[in-house]
Write a protein of this length. Structure first.
Lengths: 245, 325
């Protein structure tokens, strides 16, 4: 089985998000970038599914040269090879279009993405890829079992789950539950340095969205403390002041 | 020109998040002096469909059929896109539910439209410039995005827009859409819905607990408080990682983001990743024995105290309040 895992390079989860240039630019100063945690889950499952010579796992990233540390991390975790489309990931449409171009020339049985990137949270790349390639897509899966001709996936729905079977090839966005994230071992880290990382140039894509500026959530007022032995007071405040119960 | 809203049903009924999205789509139609058309796919009664008029839909397109009873991402996207074209709709609105997140990107490609996923406010339309506020950085920020395409797809975050009932009954029309066989490759085997519990993304009140509860055996009081308040239960990442609670309850940057009216955090310290997932909650209550817990800095109300003493008292107080109300 040939699996493609789409990965993005995102600020570490502990990052305090700030902006510069009149709130138009994300402040990357001092920010550590990591492999998007949901993509790490996709990659880990892909490696499990192809373990023992049952297939290959290619990772693809749309990014400039500074994302290569993250791509090497994916190779260290166990991907077979990697592709970097040498471009700034303008938006989901741009990224999906670049990956679709690559896949048209290099078909895969299964294409995985994380359910969303933790920076822009669009959860759009999986669906857009599905549409661009005319393949089924399923967003936010919690389980993925692969048989010869088809896979069984568990999709999250409000207050429950759906179990689906989908024939290959298809696209899926993975969430927690699909796999435990794998940690690279020393052998992985050593071999990652020499695994193939192809750099390809982007195709021209017309984009439909522009981020103009950012805002941070409005700060809350001072916390109102209620004595520990007066829970009734809290209930009263929630009813009469906050009006939420 | 018109606005099209996809009204997703759950087991034949519309939920509050759909009424929010219809109200919101009505407001966008008003911004553009145009009509609001809703589309429903699946098995929904005529009365339920006509009632979408209460929230501002003038017309409801009803698509039904055996193959379309349950959500099929590809087929549903084809139908909604076809309806958008036939109704001359240049703006398509969805609720940012799990299914909505599957549809929005496919619709974006089909309609050559910019997609604003996770929208939290009405768009601003000035001099041909269409901008919209959406969540970014997993709840740590918002982005103001301009959609530069002629067509637009907007997915509204549940619980971020207030339902307004204006009265009125929508005219219901059957809509026959063409689908191709290749749209039905994904087959649903089974749907599991827990009917006895309120689902976390839909909940207006969330009772959440963390490692401060010491073990899964102590969740009884969390569940009791949640049930009394009509709330969903949630947890922090260490708790779901340890297997004390299912992953579907994990709220935070790498779990689920919620925006309830009331979020009650019990024994959760308030790591930055957790706060990201709850920052758009309207009112936050924190119960923690450590007065230095970072969670108190973003809380509206707090109790410094041992959860094992405070929560049973809170349960008693809520019971008393409910008895007197």
């Amino acid at each position: 089985m040939k699996i493609l895992v789409c990965v993005s390079n995102v600020p570490d989860t502990t990052t305090k998000i700030t902006f510069t240039d009149n709130n138009t630019q994300f402040n990357t100063n001092g920010v550590q970038f990591i492999l998007n945690p949901y993509d790490e889950i996709a990659l880990s499952r892909a490696i499990e599914l192809t373990d023992g010579g049952k297939g290959t796992v290619t990772v693809i990233n749309v990014g400039e040269v500074n994302t290569e540390a993250t791509i090497r991390k994916a190779l260290a975790i166990g991907a077979t090879d990697a592709v970097r489309v040498n471009a700034k990931p303008h938006d989901a449409w741009y990224v999906a279009s670049q990956i679709a171009e690559y896949v048209k020339a290099n078909p895969f049985d299964l294409i995985l993405t994380g359910r969303e990137s933790i920076d822009y949270n669009g959860s759009k790349v999986a669906g857009m890829l599905g549409e661009l390639l005319d393949l089924p897509s399923v967003s936010i899966i919690k389980k993925l079992d692969a048989a010869d001709k088809e896979a069984t996936v568990e999709r999250e729905i409000e207050g429950g789950k759906e179990i689906l079977t989908i024939p290959y090839p298809f696209v899926a966005g993975t969430a927690e539950g699909v796999a435990e994230p794998k940690i690279p071992n020393m052998r992985g880290i050593m071999s990652a340095r020499t695994k193939p990382l192809a750099v390809i140039e982007p195709v021209e894509v017309k984009t439909y969205s522009e981020v103009l500026s950012y805002e941070t959530p409005a700060p809350r007022g001072q916390v109102k403390l209620v004595p520990a032995d007066d829970a009734a007071k809290l209930v009263e405040l929630l009813h009469t002041e906050a009006r939420v119960i | 020109m018109s606005v099209l809203i996809y009204a997703e049903n759950a087991g034949g009924k519309f939920k509050k998040s759909i009424f929010e999205a219809v109200t919101y789509a009505r407001a966008i139609a008003d911004q553009n002096n145009t009509n609001l058309v809703a589309i429903s796919i699946g098995d929904v009664s005529k009365d339920e469909l006509a009632a979408l008029g209460k929230y501002g839909a003038e017309k409801v397109l009803n698509v039904s059929g055996d193959k379309l009873k349950n959500f099929v991402n590809q087929a549903y996207a084809s139908i909604i896109a076809e309806a958008a074209k036939k109704q001359d709709a240049d703006i398509v609105v969805l609720s940012n539910t799990f299914s909505g997140r599957g549809l929005a990107p496919r619709l974006g490609v089909k309609l050559q439209a910019g997609v604003a996923d996770g929208a939290v406010a009405l768009p601003e339309q000035n001099g041909g410039k269409f901008t919209i506020k959406k969540t970014a950085f997993s709840g740590k920020a918002f982005a103001i995005v301009e959609l530069t395409s002629a067509n637009k797809v907007i997915a509204l975050v549940p619980n971020s827009y207030k339902v307004v009932e204006t009265g009125g009954t929508a005219q219901v029309e059957d809509f026959a859409a063409e689908t191709k066989d290749s749209d039905f490759k994904a087959m649903i085997k089974e749907i599991v819905r827990s009917t006895d519990k309120i689902s976390l993304p839909d909940a207006e009140i969330v009772v959440s607990a963390g490692r401060g509860l010491k073990g899964p055996e102590n969740w009884g009081m969390v569940e009791e408080l949640a049930e009394l308040l009509g709330a969903a239960t949630a947890c922090s990442k260490p708790v779901s990682d340890a297997g004390w609670r299912p992953h579907s309850e994990h709220v935070g940057q790498t779990g689920i983001a919620v925006s309830p009216n009331l979020y009650i955090a019990i024994g959760i310290s308030g790591a930055i990743q957790h706060l990201a997932g709850i920052s758009s909650s309207k009112v936050i209550v924190v119960i923690n024995k450590d007065p230095e817990a970072p969670f108190f800095k973003v809380a509206d109300y707090g109790i410094v105290g041992d959860a094992f003493e405070v929560v049973p008292q809170l349960i008693a107080a809520v019971k008393e309040y409910k008895a007197s109300a």
